[in-house]
Design a protein around this ligand. Structure first.
Ligand code: PSU
Ligand code: MN
Length: 310
């Protein structure tokens, strides 16, 4: 039984009826991560990429007090242009529904909704993590405990260097979240293929990643997996361009007293402005790359479940 507040788009409803592979996509990246109209264009391109790989995209958002699993063109357009959309994480999801509101789902909330909808794979750009200075601010994204709690495999290009990456990896290890670099040893650094840190685990095929998620479930281990997929080499942004931009954005956030859930959107917005949109080109390229891998993993999970190999 799915929750009565879940509303499937016609495309996703058909995919479910046919038992086809589905890839969840988040909506905070649309409302709080990229400017209009590139946000809507990027969201459409990511959906098209999932379809081109033979899977079905399900962009998730809350509108009118319902959890939408898959957005129609009109809904996506409305969300991409709406002002003051709530940013929903685990803490806000039910409150927004109770008030009949509209909100965009973060990685954490998208995982919760995907799991409710029976979707095992979710592709995005970057996850939230442990912020720099967390030892005093206590700012740790709710995305991290969600990865430990909810059985969804999340594909991201690592985490942005606005975060403290060593602390983020330590947190994930403590919480029992597998962090798996795809096709290389290093943990990717979002803009660049390497963050300079080793990833705890490495896998080179979608089949292994799918099997590991199914085995977690069969072993009774709760939680998902973080698949860290490096940005394509042609789309990397050089460190000497991005590092000073991040320092400036962090200093501006501190000076302006930005706190809590406003921190990440503020930093993303400043990075786009300070790179004059250059960061956006890379950001879109890596999300497309993650959507491709997400589709391959979702197809594998569907095939392995059908083959009942466990
Ligand atoms: N990092 C990015 N791009 C994003 C986000 C993070 O590089 O779009 C968004 C995601 O929706 C993520 C959320 O789940 O920000 C994390 O916010 P916070 O740090 O407030 O938990
Ligand atoms: Mn935070």
């Amino acid at each position: 039984m799915t929750h009565p507040l879940l509303q499937f788009s016609p495309e996703v409803a058909q995919a479910r009826a046919e038992g086809r592979a589905i890839v969840a996509l988040e909506s905070t990246i649309i409302t709080h991560g990229m400017p209009f109209p590139q946000n809507v264009e990027a969201a459409r391109a990511v959906e098209a990429e999932v379809r081109a790989q033979g899977a079905t995209p399900a962009t998730i958002a809350v509108m009118g007090g319902r959890i939408l699993i898959g957005l129609t063109d009109a809904q996506l357009d409305a969300l991409g242009q709406a002002a003051h959309v709530m940013k929903l994480s685990r803490a806000d999801l039910a409150a927004c529904l109770a008030q009949g509101g509209t909100g965009a789902t973060t990685v954490a909330a998208t995982m919760i909704c995907a799991a409710q909808a029976g979707i095992a794979v979710f592709a995005t750009g970057g996850i939230g993590g442990v912020h720099r200075g967390a030892e005093t601010s206590f700012d740790i994204s709710a995305d991290l405990p969600e990865l430990a709690a909810t059985a969804v495999t999340v594909i991201a290009a690592g985490a942005k260097a606005i975060l403290d990456l060593p602390k983020t990896l330590e947190y994930l290890e403590t919480a029992g979240v597998p962090v798996i670099a795809y096709g290389q040893d290093d943990f990717p650094g979002f803009w660049s293929r390497s963050s300079g840190l080793k990833a705890p685990l490495r896998m080179d095929t979608a089949a292994e990643i799918a099997r590991a998620q199914l085995l977690r479930t069969s072993l009774g281990l709760p939680g998902g997996q973080l698949i860290a997929n490096p940005i394509p080499a042609a789309d990397e942004v050089a460190r000497h361009i991005i590092d000073p931009v991040i320092e400036t954005a962090l200093a501006e956030a501190a000076a302006a007293g930005i706190l809590a859930k406003d921190v990440t959107p503020f930093l993303l917005d400043r990075i786009f402005d300070l790179t004059k949109g250059q960061s956006l080109v890379a950001n879109i390229a890596l999300v497309l790359n993650n959507a491709r891998l997400g589709a391959a993993i979702a197809l594998e999970i569907t095939a392995q479940r059908a083959a009942k190999t466990l």
